[in-house]
Every structure is written in structure tokens, then in C-alpha cells.
Design a protein. Structure first.
Lengths: 227, 486
């Protein structure tokens, strides 16, 4: 196994801080699994995104990369303020039922999510073991967020939760990307951030169609296409 | 560089024009004109020399591989824009339709602009954004059809494709990370830069990155097991959209894999990426083969055939070698034209009989003789029968497999192609060669639709007989790019 040295690798104190923030983000992912109310899910997503924004800003201060401050600020504006506000308004306007049906009960969801989290950390350790400079804590948390995000999307057949599940996937990949390559050209970072708006907009349109057609956000009622 | 900018810019201008208040006919004319303009520019790029074309700090990078994809998009764009004129002429002409037409034509053109942007992007991140944009625009196009089925299809599509692409992004970031050893922590992630440093990439991170990229972009390309959105979206969208989705969009998603494959093969040796592609390709072929046998909706059957053809592309790259790779490149172009032809035929028939169940369609050869000819031609061509372009490309991939002793891959290919052929024959034969039910009026749905089918049939069959010199040149160039210059 070949080990490579990554230039400008961040010192250990900052690794601890960013790692802690990433784990805080992971905890909100568990909170999402526990919540069976649409309003609650949207609120927790906003809190999670705040964690992602703080993570970016912390990384900015430790690496001295000023562009990351901009990215962090944009994250807060878009993911903490705009997306939750727009989603909440649409849910209220369409009068979508607040209760979330669950195809996997909460306790079982927790057990499965814990297994996914462990898997995420194992994967991160594997990368960490062969490449010096890959931050195992934040990378592991990010991988776990991604895996649990996928699980959330399958365990809750509700359009709004699936939207939020998808957005948490993006949050996970965002943290993973920043952990791996904090110097990824910032223009690309900003484009990725703006890209969140595009699927969000499309999701919202589709949710509207669903609500008009089926009068609920339960995607398990959509069973016309099979085979 | 200018023709490439026109290919992306012209559809956007057309889209903006379509938003203005104007008659439906004017929107259709604008779209057909934009398509012809883009096709002319693409042909200019194919005939011209001076490849690779680079610009905007290598964010735009055009070589033979890019042109194979751009040509495919251009062919399907022209045929689909002509087909749409006839398709909507029959569909409806009420006040609601004006609103629908404005949205449809605007989105349709923006979608094509994104489809052109994919092969012209020279930077991994720009490529990702372009592919993501195609998802959004095309999902909205599918969602435009105001049926519960379309809403369900659009929802599934955007959920699976976007989640897949997020994994793809993680893969691309890992690849960037793997290259930060030799290239430093700040570099422009363009293909030439990656290829130059490929020998020094961190191997484990590169392996994981490739798996994520194939999984992510494979979801978008409809590779098994991430294909579940594809039959729904392709059968629920309007027929011109189905043609673009199947003929152009899937190949665009495969393009990302074509680009990354030579980098990974150089970094970790070809055994690993080859195995990954052979597995995904083989699984897609097998599943599509068996599912094709039980379909009753012709559009859905052709959607499974797309899964099969994307499987052939993955399998062909996995087999490797100049013969199979040339076959893969020819397959991209031929599949685009042929799938457009096949979908147009299916769409015309299902529209005339107002049903999605093809078993209720009878007597096509009597009722719609013009359409029947192209339905049969499309069915034969998409099954890879001679003298179609797909026959030639599939034979090349199979020959490539046997030359390189990849006997299992060659056998799977030939077996599954036969399965899909049986599935298609089972459905199409009774539609066409049966007596017409009494009381049905004879006549085509629309002559313009027949014209569009004729247009698509030209490349679908000509490529089986001859390959024009400039096209042969770029196919060779593209095969060399995917083969890593070998």
C-alpha cells in the first residue's frame, strides 16, 4: 500500500474541531430518522446545514483559505435560510399532511443507521490508512451521512422527506469533498452549492404535481408503473 | 471553438424565443431551425481539423470522443424536433396546449443545450454540472405530461439519477484527492492534466473513486442495478423526449465513464476498471434481455433495449482493444439514430390507437403502411440485424471480445442481443402483420412524423453499409482516447 503526502495538510487541533462539527452533522442525521413530522424534518435539515456552514467556516479559518468563508456564508444563506423557508411555505400552501408514514419503524431505523454509520467510518479509515492527510473523523462522518441519507430516502415513502434525504446526501458529499480537497477550486465549490438549488427547484415542481394528482406527499401511493 | 459555442448557444436562444408569445407553429419552426443550425455546426467540427480544441482554461476540450457524442446529440435533435411538429399537431390544439407548447419547446431546447455541453466540457467538475443540468431539464420535460404516471416517472427519475450523481461527485472528488499527491493541492481538474499525472495517482483512492463514478454516472446511464427509473421515464415522456433521453442522454452519461476509464486504467492497471465495467455491462445486458421478453408496451420494451445497449457500451469498453472500442464508438452514433427511429415508430402507433398496450394494436401494415415500414425497419435495426449500423457495431464489439479471448463477454453479448430480438419480434410481428380490425380508417397519423422516421432511418442504415471518411477518422480518434492512447 502506497502512502502519499498531501501538501498543506491541516494541523491536529483543527482536525479535532472540524471532526467534531462533522459528527454533529451526523447526529442531526439520526434526528431526522426519529422525526415523523414534515415540519420537524425541514427544521432539522436547517440545523444540519448550519453545521455544514460552520464546518466550512472552521476549515476556512484553519487553512487560511479565504474563499472558503464565502462558501460557508453561501451555505448558510442557501441551505439554512432559503431552502427550508421555500419548502415549508410550499408544504403549508398545498396543505400537505404533516404526519410521515414510515416503512421501517423508528427503533429498527436507528439500528440500521448505526450499522451504516459504522460502515462509513470503516470506509474512511481505509482511505485514511493509505493516504496521509485524509481526515478520518470528518470523512467518516460524511460517508455515514451519505449512507444514512440513502436509507432515509428508502425508509420514508414521503416526497418531502425524500427531498430532504437527497439534500442531506449533498451535505454529506459537501463535507467529504471539503475534507478531502479543501483547495478544490472555489469557483467549482460555489457552482456545486448553486447546483443544490436546481434539484431543489425540480423537486418542488414535482412535489406540486404529486400533491395535485394524489393530494398527499406519500410516494408509496404511486404504484402505477411496475415491471 | 465557434461551432461548439453555437451548438450550446443556439438552443438556448431558441428556448428564450419559444418563451415569447407566438403561435405554436412558430415555436416549432424555431426549434427545427436551431436543430439544423446545430447539426451544421457539428458536421463542420467533424469535417474540420485542429483537434483537440481547447478554451476557457481547458474547461472546454473537444476531441474525437467529444465529437462522437455531439454528432449523436445533433442527429437525434434534428429528428426529434421534426417529429414533434407532427406529434403535437395531432395531440391537441386547444388553449391549454399553448401554455404546454411554450414550456415544452423552451425546456426541450435547454435540455439539448445541456446535452451538447456534456461532451464539450473538458473539466471533470464542469462535466458533472452539465450532466446534473440534463437531469433537471429532462425530468421537468417528463413531468410536463400531466398524468399520474408521468409524475411518478419524473419523481423516480430525479430521485435516482440525482442521488446517483451525488455519488458520482464524491467519486470525482476522491479522484481529485488521489491526484493531489503528484499535482499539489490546487490544480485545474481537466482531462489532460489527470491523464498526464495518471501514473502517480494514489491507487486505493483511485479504485474507490472509479467504483463511485461508475455507480453514479451508471445510475444516469441506466446500468443495472440503478436502471429502475429508466423504463418509466422513457415510456411516460412525450415521444420526442423519449428519443432524446434514450438516444442522446444515456450516451452522454456514459461519456463520463469513457473519460475516466483511461485515467484509472493508467493509474491502477486495466484489470480493475475492466472487471467493474464487464460486471455492470454484463448485468445490464442479462437483465434487459429477460425483461424485454415480458413487455407489452412497445415504448417500455425499447426502454429496456436502451439498458441493453448501454450494457453493450460498458461491456465493449471493458473488453478493450482497438476493434471493440471502435465498435463502441460506432454504437453510440448508430444507437442514437436507431433508437430515435424506433421510438418514433412506437410513439406514432401508440398515439393512433390511443393505448399503451401494444397487444391491442393490429393490422398496421394495412392501416398505416408508411409508419408500418418504419416500425419494422426500426425493430430490425434496434435488434442489430443487417444491414443496420447497430449490426456492424455489435459485430465489431463481439469480434473484439473473441480476439482478446473475452469469450464469456462475447457470448453474453450475442445471447442477450438475441433475447431482446425475440422480445421485439414477439410484440411487433402481431402489430404489423395481422388483418386490420373492421371499422378502422386507413391513413397515417401525420406525414411529418413519417418524414422524421425517414430522417432517422438514413443514419441508422447508412452506417451499416458505409462510414464516411471524416466520421471514420473521429471514430478512430475516439477509440484511441478511450483506449488511453494505445
Amino acid at each position: 500500500l502506497e502512502a502519499i503526502e498531501v501538501p498543506n495538510s491541516v494541523p491536529s487541533v483543527s482536525l479535532a474541531v472540524t471532526g467534531a462539527l462533522a459528527i454533529a452533522v451526523l447526529l442531526t442525521q439520526f434526528a431526522l430518522l426519529r422525526t415523523l413530522s414534515i415540519e420537524g424534518v425541514v427544521r432539522i435539515y436547517a440545523i444540519q446545514s448550519l453545521g455544514v456552514g460552520l464546518f466550512t467556516i472552521a476549515l476556512a479559518s484553519f487553512t487560511g483559505n479565504n474563499d472558503l468563508y464565502v462558501l460557508g456564508g453561501l451555505t448558510v444563506v442557501i441551505k439554512v435560510l432559503i431552502i427550508p423557508a421555500v419548502t415549508g411555505r410550499i408544504v403549508r400552501r398545498l396543505g400537505i399532511e404533516d404526519r410521515i408514514r414510515s416503512s421501517v419503524p423508528v427503533p429498527q431505523s436507528f439500528l440500521l443507521a448505526a450499522a451504516f454509520a459504522a460502515l462509513g467510518f470503516v470506509a474512511a479509515m481505509r482511505i485514511h490508512a493509505v493516504t496521509v492527510g485524509a481526515p478520518a473523523d470528518s470523512l467518516g462522518a460524511a460517508m455515514a451521512v451519505v449512507l444514512i441519507g440513502f436509507f432515509l430516502m428508502t425508509a420514508r415513502p414521503n416526497a418531502v422527506v425524500q427531498l430532504v434525504g437527497f439534500l442531506t446526501l449533498e451535505n454529506g458529499v459537501f463535507i467529504a469533498s471539503l475534507s478531502l480537497a479543501p483547495s478544490l477550486p472555489v469557483l467549482v465549490g460555489v457552482l456545486l452549492l448553486l447546483d443544490v438549488l436546481i434539484p431543489a427547484a425540480a423537486f418542488i415542481v414535482v412535489i406540486q404535481v404529486l400533491a395535485v394528482r394524489v393530494r398527499s406527499a406519500h410516494t408509496d401511493e404511486l404504484t402505477e408503473l411496475r415491471g | 471553438m465557434i461551432p461548439a459555442l453555437v451548438c450550446v448557444g443556439l438552443p438556448i436562444i431558441a428556448a428564450l424565443a419559444c418563451l415569447l408569445p407566438m403561435p405554436v407553429r412558430a415555436r416549432e419552426t424555431v426549434t427545427v431551425a436551431a436543430a439544423c443550425g446545430c447539426a451544421t455546426m457539428t458536421v463542420a467540427l467533424v469535417i474540420g481539423d485542429g483537434l483537440p480544441i481547447r478554451g476557457f482554461a481547458d474547461s472546454v476540450y473537444i476531441d474525437g470522443l467529444s465529437l462522437v457524442l455531439a454528432l449523436t446529440v445533433a442527429i437525434v435533435y434534428v429528428c426529434a424536433s421534426v417529429f414533434a411538429v407532427g406529434y403535437f399537431n395531432v395531440e391537441r390544439r386547444d388553449q391549454d396546449f399553448h401554455i404546454y407548447s411554450r414550456r415544452f419547446h423552451a425546456l426541450f431546447n435547454v435540455f439539448v443545450a445541456c446535452l451538447f455541453l456534456v461532451p464539450f466540457s473538458g473539466n471533470l467538475m464542469v462535466l458533472w454540472i452539465a450532466v446534473e443540468l440534463t437531469t433537471v431539464t429532462s425530468a421537468l420535460l417528463v413531468g410536463l405530461e400531466r398524468t399520474t404516471g408521468a409524475a411518478e416517472a419524473a419523481w423516480k427519475y430525479i430521485l435516482i439519477a440525482s442521488s446517483g450523481l451525488v455519488l458520482g461527485l464524491l467519486g470525482l472528488t476522491l479522484l481529485y484527492f488521489a491526484a493531489s499527491g503528484p499535482l499539489g493541492s490546487t490544480f485545474n481538474p481537466t482531462f489532460p492534466v489527470f491523464l498526464g499525472a495518471a501514473a502517480h495517482l494514489a491507487p486505493d483512492a483511485t479504485r474507490l473513486a472509479f467504483a463511485l463514478i461508475v455507480l453514479g454516472f451508471g445510475a444516469k446511464a441506466g446500468l443495472v442495478p440503478m436502471h429502475t427509473w429508466l423504463p418509466d421515464a422513457h415510456s411516460e415522456g412525450a415521444t420526442p423526449v423519449s428519443a432524446l433521453l434514450s438516444g442522446a442522454l444515456l450516451a452522454d452519461a456514459m461519456y463520463a465513464i469513457f473519460r475516466v476509464y483511461p485515467i484509472v486504467a493508467r493509474a491502477v492497471g486495466s484489470a480493475y476498471p475492466t472487471t467493474v465495467l464487464l460486471l455492470f455491462g454484463g448485468a445490464s445486458l442479462l437483465l434487459a434481455g429477460f425483461f424485454a421478453l415480458r413487455q407489452t408496451n412497445l415504448k417500455r420494451l425499447y426502454a429496456y433495449s436502451s439498458v441493453e445497449h448501454m450494457g453493450i457500451l460498458a461491456l465493449g469498453v471493458g473488453i478493450g482493444g482497438p476493434v471493440a472500442l471502435y465498435g463502441v464508438m460506432l454504437h453510440v452514433v448508430a444507437h442514437g439514430a436507431t433508437k430515435a427511429l424506433a421510438f418514433f415508430g412506437a410513439g406514432s402507433v401508440l398515439q393512433r390507437f390511443a393505448t399503451k398496450d401494444s397487444r391491442r394494436v393490429r393490422g398496421l401494415s394495412t392501416l398505416m403502411p408508411g409508419t408500418a415500414v418504419f416500425v419494422v425497419a426500426g425493430a430490425f435495426a434496434i435488434s442489430g440485424l443487417p444491414p443496420s449500423g447497430l449490426f456492424r457495431s455489435e459485430i465489431l464489439v463481439a469480434v473484439g471480445a473473441f480476439q482478446r479471448n473475452a469469450f464469456a463477454a462475447g457470448a453474453v453479448l450475442l445471447f442477450c442481443v438475441s433475447l431482446v430480438f425475440i422480445g421485439i419480434l414477439r410484440l411487433v410481428n402481431p402489430m404489423v402483420f395481422t388483418p386490420a380490425p373492421s371499422g378502422q380508417e386507413r391513413g397515417e397519423v401525420s406525414r411529418v412524423m413519417v418524414l422524421a422516421m425517414a430522417l432517422a432511418a438514413i443514419p441508422a442504415f447508412v452506417l451499416g453499409v458505409m462510414i464516411p471518411g471524416p466520421l471514420d477518422h473521429i471514430l478512430h480518434a475516439a477509440a484511441t482516447v478511450v483506449g488511453g492512447g494505445r
